[in-house]
Ligand binder design. Sequence first.
Ligand SMILES: [Mg+2]
Length: 375
Amino acid sequence: MAGEGDHKISEIRVFPLVQRLPQPTRTSWGTYDSVSILLVEVRTSSGLSGVGEALARFAPQGYAELIESALAPRLLGRDATAISARWADMRRALSGRAGGMLIEAISAVDIALWDILGKAADLPVWQLLGGVGRSHVPVYGASIRWGDDAQADADVEAMLARGLTDMKVKIGGPVEAACARIARVRARAGAEITLTADANWAYSLDEAVQVARALETHGYAWFEEPLRPEDEAGYRSLHRHTSVPLAAGESNYTLDQAMPLVRDRVLSVLQPNVTRSGGITEARRMAELAAMHDIAYAPHVGMSGIVCEVASLHLGAAMPNTRTMECAASPNLFRDGLADIVPGHARIENGRVAVPNGPGLGLTLDWDAVKELAA
Ligand SMILES: [Mg+2]
């Protein structure tokens, strides 16, 4: 490893990307025909480079502008390997409470800095994190789409055909339709399959209590985001009314936001997304907070891209409380078109994904493919 200070940040390149989905995906929020993300490449004076990704569901060009105007001037010429210091430098771009686009943009740069640190040390990120060192991370299929029954049945069959034994069902309103879907998917999937349900904040507290009863009846393993993320009192009340484990965390930006429901053990599963929740630095803190409270860690990936998936694999490999990682079962060029996780091998084998072993993230992006998806 080169001496301290040799890896100065010399350039930050931004790549706002957008793709039309081959098949629309539907949640209780709406139907998505296209998705966007932002990729970054950070380069150092020593000749190293790292890649990162921000969750940027809209206006990815806005994220690019934020990084170039507000973050890059705080980073250029500084030590890329002092990651916590660089995180604090970026945080100072905003004097108010942390959240939103700023933390998503910080996430991208943070992930790239971990990639650089791994390359400088010639170690994979999972090893830098000093954790338990799994070679594979168990995954669950996401998601059986909300909408018509025939589509949902086809989604169940497709996941079973891929050998997935753990899968997530999207649900929404009205309550009666959600309860019917909960029963239908259990009947189609069979008793041996692990099922979870994700409402994307569709319900009032009273509605969530009713839906939770159906989930209890049909043996679902968690109820994800039943209520809007700010409604902490609602989550506490729902927790007292049901035995179904509650899951949330993809809407959190920082450790502070994850803290109350973890500390009080209202949640059973914490699901930060590394491209929203402050990158590897802050998502790791969240996973460790959950571990301190005997709460499971289940990285959220959703419609994100390959850098999100690989960074989540490294975290999932390292954290002691990893239960399972979200793995999108539907086609997504941000994931399937930009790189192979383990070149030449199937992505999901026996319900799990291999963790890359190369230095840093162990990921080589196809930059021509990246440019073809430019927003
Ligand atoms: Mg979700």
